[in-house]
Design a protein around this ligand. Structure first.
Ligand SMILES: C[S@@+](CC[C@H](N)C(=O)[O-])C[C@H]1O[C@@H](n2cnc3c(N)ncnc32)[C@H](O)[C@@H]1O
Length: 400
C-alpha cells in the first residue's frame, strides 16, 4: 500500500488532510487492535471513517468498513474492498452504526488517521479543510470533530493517529469533553509529524492512541500517563516536566495587568515551545502581540531568550506543544548570567544602549566584559538538560 496520495494535487491534499499513513504506523495500529478483533461472543467490525486508499482496513480478517468524502479515494477503495463495505460521503454528518451496516451488538473498532488541521500544520496559512459537521461534532479542528463522531457511533475501541496536543494542551482536552467522558487512553505511541513525509513546517508530536469505551478520563490522567516514544523506546510523561506557565506570561495583557512596560520592552507572544522558537523575541515598542516585560521580571524573559538559543535536543519535536521547560530554582540561581547573555546577544537589547545599561545596573552585570564561553556553555548545558527527562531517561526526570 502506498502512503503517497497520488490522485490529488497539493492544494487538495491540504484541504482534505489527505496525508496517507506509512505502513510501519499502520502495522502498529493493527498490533494494538489485534486483541479486540474477533473477541469471543461478539462480531467485530473494523471501520475507518476517513479511509483514503484503505491502508488501515486492508489485509484484516473479518468485517471491515471504509468511508471517505473524496471521490478519488472511494474509487480506489472499491477496487480493494467489497463494494458494500465502502461508503462515500461526509463522515461527520449523521454518523450512525446503521448507515455503515454495523450492528448495535457488534464490537466496533474505529481505526485510522483522520484529517486534522493543527495550527502548526499547513492549515496555519489560512487554508481550511472541509469543515462541515453536525452541530455537536463541529470544531475548528477536523480531528476533534472526528473523535466526537466516534463517541456518537459508540465505538467500543478507538485506535487512531492524532496530534498529541489534543490531549496534552488543557484547552484542547476540554474540547474533547464528550469523547473524554466515555473513553480512556490505554496506550499512546508517539512519533514525529516528520514521519508523514509530505507535511511541511514545524514538527509536532503525533500519537497512535488506543482508547477503550467505558470509564472516561480527566486531564490528570493524561498528565500522569506514560506515553511510549517510538524512536527512542523511552517514555514521555507530562508531569515529569515543569514549564514556565504561572511564572512567565505567554500572552499580551487582556483585562488585568499592566499594559505598558516600565522598561519600554515587550516580548513576542508564544503559545508553546514551537511558537517561541519560531517567533521574534524582544521588541522595543508596544505591539499587539507583545507581552509586557516589567523591569523586575526581566531575568525571566532573558531566560526565554537563552531557551530559544540553546534548546535544540535531537527530539525537539516531542516538546513542541509544551510551554517552555524550566527549573525555576536554576533560573533564579543563574539570573545574572542569563541577563548578561541576553543583553549582549539580542540585537534589540544591544541597540537600546540606555535601557541596556539600566538593566545591567539592576542586576549588577558588568557589560564591559563579553560573556565568557564557559558561561554560555553552562547556560546551554542547563537548558539542554531539561530535555533529558522525558524521552531518553525517565529516572532523570523524576530526580528533577
Ligand atoms: C489523513 S488522510 C488518511 C487516509 C488513510 N486513512 C491513511 O491513513 O492512509 C484523511 C482522509 O480523510 C478524508 N476526509 C477528510 N474529511 C472527511 C470527511 N468529512 N468525511 C470523510 N472523509 C474525510 C480525506 O479525503 C482523506 O482521505
Amino acid at each position: 500500500m502506498t502512503d503517497i496520495c497520488t490522485h490529488l494535487d497539493r492544494d487538495d491534499r491540504v484541504k482534505l488532510g489527505a496525508y496517507y499513513t506509512p505502513d510501519d504506523l499502520v502495522a502498529r495500529v493493527h498490533d494494538l487492535i489485534a486483541p479486540y478483533v474477533g473477541r469471543a461472543g461478539a462480531r467485530s467490525v473494523v471501520f475507518d471513517p476517513a479511509a483514503g486508499y484503505g491502508a488501515f482496513v486492508q489485509g484484516l480478517n473479518g468485517e471491515v468498513r471504509a468511508a471517505d468524502i473524496d471521490d478519488g479515494a472511494v474509487a480506489r477503495l472499491r477496487e480493494v474492498l467489497p463494494v458494500d463495505a465502502v461508503f462515500h460521503g461526509n463522515s461527520l454528518r449523521e454518523p450512525t452504526r446503521a448507515r455503515y451496516r454495523i450492528g448495535e451488538a457488534d464490537t466496533l473498532i474505529v481505526v485510522g488517521n483522520p484529517p486534522y488541521n493543527d495550527t502548526t500544520s499547513e492549515f496555519r496559512n489560512g487554508r481550511k479543510g472541509r469543515n462541515e459537521a453536525d452541530a455537536d461534532l463541529q470544531d475548528r479542528d477536523l480531528g476533534v470533530s472526528f473523535l466526537r463522531s466516534y463517541a456518537r457511533l459508540r465505538a467500543d475501541v478507538v485506535c487512531v493517529l492524532h496530534p498529541l496536543s489534543y490531549l496534552i494542551k488543557r484547552t484542547n482536552f476540554r474540547r474533547l469533553k464528550e469523547f473524554a467522558a466515555h473513553y480512556r487512553l490505554r496506550r499512546g505511541l508517539l512519533f514525529s509529524s516528520a514521519h508523514f513525509g509530505q507535511t511541511g513546517g514545524t514538527k509536532f508530536p503525533v500519537v497512535i492512541a488506543l482508547y477503550e469505551r467505558g470509564a472516561g478520563m480527566d486531564y490528570e490522567d493524561v498528565r500522569t500517563f506514560d506515553f511510549e516514544v517510538l524512536e527512542s523506546g523511552g517514555t514521555f510523561r507530562l508531569d515529569a516536566f515543569t514549564t514556565t506557565d504561572g511564572l512567565i506570561n505567554k500572552y499580551p495583557p487582556r483585562k488585568q495587568g499592566p499594559r505598558e512596560s516600565d522598561l519600554g520592552l515587550y516580548y513576542y507572544t508564544f503559545r508553546d515551545i514551537n511558537s517561541l522558537l519560531r517567533n521574534a523575541g524582544f521588541m522595543a515598542a508596544p505591539h499587539d502581540n507583545g507581552i509586557v516585560v516589567l523591569r523586575r521580571e526581566f531575568h525571566r524573559y532573558a531566560y526565554l531568550h537563552a531557551f530559544k538559543r540553546f534548546f535544540a535536543p535531537a527530539d525537539a519535536w516531542l516538546y513542541g506543544n509544551l510551554s517552555p521547560l524550566v527549573k525555576p530554582a536554576w533560573l533564579e540561581a543563574h539570573r545574572r548570567e542569563l541577563v548578561a547573555f541576553a543583553l549582549q546577544d539580542h540585537p534589540v537589547l544591544v541597540k537600546a544602549a540606555e535601557m541596556r545599561a539600566s538593566i545591567a545596573a539592576d542586576y549588577g552585570v558588568d557589560l564591559r566584559a563579553a560573556v565568557k564561553p564557559a558561561v554560555r556553555e553552562r547556560l546551554r548545558d542547563g537548558i539542554m538538560r531539561l530535555a533529558v527527562g522525558g524521552a531518553a531517561c525517565p529516572q532523570a526526570a523524576q530526580a528533577r
